[in-house]
Design a binder for this molecule. Structure first.
Ligand code: FES
Ligand SMILES: [Fe+2]
Length: 395
């Protein structure tokens, strides 16, 4: 039964540890999610400077349904534009990345420089009398940079990045970004998961040692650890990893070597709302950019990084470790893909998904969360519910 401003045809349960299964299944929620989340008061990580290190380098992607691209200008600045010509709207770049000296729209050859200014258009003497190229720059998104990573938002009201993330998340993010952001791109792996975007980012601390068999096979125990949550839906896990002396399950256990860097404990996993995952696992530095393909399907780009100070051997080690452990077919995260699509199928049934581990009071939002609790996802769900304007039942 529709119960609220957004017209969601269900009521959110009164208990904080219950989430309506319909939120994974209702395609009708997507337009509202675009408006309130992807184009709302949230910061979205778009590109790290090391992905487009030279003038003219660009990377195209999407924010919600909207095509965008980031480009490294002649002046050294990185700008993020909507991927659309200011004449009749043709997309400006079609490749996912590359290098251009200037940006020319193929339709009527309007020409833009790398800073987004319109610098030429054929036959402009026959345009309207007050036509001025200055009014036709490419539409630029509001951005902020942190350790080389550029975030974009569609809203002027989004708080400054540091306030948006808070001190703890920001400190952990700096370590995933190599401590000082001086990274080099090692490469990408891309995969499409067969599920609604919210199933992809509902992965929790409870399942890690239970679903992922490799943890047991490798006799890999997570040591002291913690999970931190923010009221606006970001969460982070940090744990020490105690590596076994001998790994019998692998012919060559060297992919598990921890050469250790200045930044750290064994494992850091961060999830920023709505759907980006950052990982520093052993020596692997990884950003998982994610792009929902509408309400069904999500394309995830695993971007792997090394540090500028690494020697060749360390770069090779990071690449080998990154793609073999946590990539789309890595030893540890492979099973998630099957769970994501099973969540999607299984939730085409009535009722609510129930969270138990770490929940002490069903009628309170849990904010003190232990390393392997699933309750850490509940502040995210509460943020989602509020941003979407869906009412919670009172009893
Ligand atoms: S649509 Fe781009 S030049 Fe006309
Ligand atoms: Fe997982």
């Amino acid at each position: 039964m529709p119960n609220n401003a957004t017209g969601a045809p269900f009521e959110w349960p009164a208990k904080y540890n219950e989430v309506p299964k319909a939120v994974f299944e209702m395609d009708e929620l997507w337009p509202q999610e675009l408006e309130n989340i992807f184009y709302g008061e949230e910061w979205h990580p778009i590109v790290h400077r090391s992905e487009i290190p030279n003038p003219g380098d660009f990377k195209a992607s999407e924010l919600g349904d909207m095509p965008i691209f980031a480009v490294h200008g002649e002046d050294g600045a990185i700008r993020i534009f909507q991927n659309t010509c200011t004449h009749r709207g043709t997309s400006m770049v079609t490749e996912s990345s590359g290098n251009k000296k200037e940006l020319e729209c193929p339709y009527h050859r309007w020409l833009f420089n790398l800073e987004g200014d319109l610098v030429g258009c054929p036959n402009s003497r026959e345009f309207t009398p007050d036509f001025d190229m200055k009014n036709f720059s490419l539409p630029k998104l509001r951005t902020e940079e942190f350790n080389g990573l550029f975030f974009a938002t569609m809203s002027d009201k989004t708080p400054a990045l540091k306030d948006y993330f808070g001190a703890e998340f920001t400190e952990r993010l700096s370590r995933v970004l190599g401590g000082d952001g001086r990274l080099k791109l090692a490469g990408y792996q891309k995969v499409i998961y067969d599920c609604n975007w919210k199933a992809y980012c509902d992965n929790d601390g409870y399942h890690a040692p239970l679903l992922h068999k490799a943890f047991a096979m490798l006799n890999w125990q997570g040591g002291k650890g913690s999970q931190n949550v923010t009221l606006n839906g970001h969460l982070s896990f940090e744990s020490e990893l105690t590596m076994p002396d001998q790994v019998d399950a692998l012919k060559d256990g060297s992919i598990l070597d921890f050469k250790g860097t200045s930044t750290s404990t064994g494992s850091l996993v961060l999830m920023s709302f709505p759907l980006t995952v950052f990982t520093k696992h052993l020596d692997m530095l990884n950003i998982r950019y994610a792009y929902p393909k509408g309400p069904k399907g999500i394309e995830v780009h695993y971007a792997y990084f090394s540090h500028e100070d690494d020697d060749d051997e360390m770069v090779k080690h990071r690449i080998r470790q990154g793609s073999n452990l946590l990539g789309p077919c890595g030893l540890i995260s492979m099973e998630d893909a099957s769970i994501f699509s099973r969540i999607d199928k299984g939730n085409k049934t009535p009722g609510n998904a129930i969270f138990q581990k770490g929940v002490k009071n069903e009628f309170e939002l849990p904010l003190n969360v232990a390393q392997n609790d699933e309750s850490g996802n509940l502040p995210r769900w509460e943020h989602y519910r509020k941003v979407m304007g869906i009412k919670r039942a009172t009893s």
